[in-house]
Design a protein around this ligand. Structure first.
Ligand SMILES: Nc1ncnc2c1ncn2[C@@H]1O[C@H](COP(=O)(O)OP(=O)(O)O)[C@@H](O)[C@H]1O
Ligand SMILES: [Mg+2]
Length: 273
């Protein structure tokens, strides 16, 4: 993996990422890829969106260029800009332009954060034209075969869709991911954290109990990612209770009352020390 601005490049000769399919998302993505259609991945933070795209890019034999969305992102961050290099002004492709030229998958991760002018550049790329106007170079690039746009967002937050034209939006294939069912999540947590299945199952039980709390006092659910991090602490020798406290309970809230209530909920699920 090499850094490129706010972007990372996962070249296709990397090892196959570990991904356990949850539903038919792999089949849907394959079909969209064959047609070069853009994909919208919806799902809560830490549910496996990034890992899924990495796995698909690998399977399809494409490089993956990931851009992490942030609120200050401009279209130049995606398309490119002129930079001063040793007295000369040189054009440097942005990650989107690079993906368009090389036929890579361009993954705009959590693009919700981005401003409207950023989403405008993707319109002609996402629709039948498959082209990228590079105004500052006075050219329009046709996307190389293999180029595919993938956008992720968390529907719990403000919707990226309101910034995308209806006509463009209709071209996207939407795939909804959620936290995996318990058996699958147990397998994932055990594998990723390097813990036994029994301990992983315990963490998944805790995770699901917190996800099922009514009234949503929490901004985020206990994600698969958090369960993996917690499992990692256990693999490092920390007791299960302490690991759950540090990796889940304290992470989810700063509100003392909420933390206490979560602690009690979790306490009832974990075996006596
Ligand atoms: N279906 C899955 N198969 C394998 N690993 C998964 C899966 N879902 C989640 N993970 C694990 O959870 C971690 C967090 O998932 P990630 O893809 O980063 O979430 P998101 O991009 O939705 O925030 C990953 O690094 C991976 O270890
Ligand atoms: Mg992600």
């Amino acid at each position: 993996m090499t850094a490129h601005n706010h972007a990372t490049v996962l070249e296709n000769h990397s090892a196959a990422p570990f991904y356990v399919a949850v539903g038919d998302e792999v089949e849907v993505f394959r079909a969209a890829a064959r047609r070069g259609l853009p994909v919208l991945l919806k799902g809560p933070t830490g549910c496996g969106k990034t890992r899924f795209v990495e796995a698909m890019a690998h399977e399809l034999g494409r490089d993956l260029i990931t851009v992490a969305g942030h609120e200050d992102m401009t279209s130049a961050d995606l398309v490119g800009r002129f930079l001063l290099k040793g007295g000369d002004t040189v054009w440097v492709d942005g990650p989107l332009t690079r993906a368009v030229r090389t036929g890579a998958i361009c993954y705009l991760d959590e693009i919700v954060e981005a401003r409207q002018d950023t989403t405008v550049v993707i319109h002609p790329l996402a629709d039948h034209r498959r082209e990228l106007p590079v105004d500052r170079l006075g050219t329009t690039l046709s996307a190389a075969p293999g180029f595919q746009l993938v956008i992720s967002y968390n529907p719990g937050y403000q919707s990226v869709l309101k910034n995308i034209k209806e006509s463009t939006r209709q071209r996207f294939i939407a795939i909804e991911l959620d936290f995996p069912p318990p058996e699958v999540e147990t397998e994932i947590v055990a594998h990723e954290a390097g813990i036994d299945a029994e301990t992983a199952r315990l963490l998944v039980t805790v995770g699901n109990a917190i996800r099922n709390i009514d009234g949503a006092p929490l901004g985020e659910a206990s994600s698969t990612r958090m369960l993996i991090l917690t499992g990692g602490l256990i693999a490092e020798g920390l007791g299960v209770r302490r690991a759950v406290q540090a990796g889940i309970v304290e992470t989810l809230s700063d509100d003392r009352d909420v933390v206490r209530a979560l602690g009690e909920l979790v306490d009832a699920l974990l075996p006596r020390p």
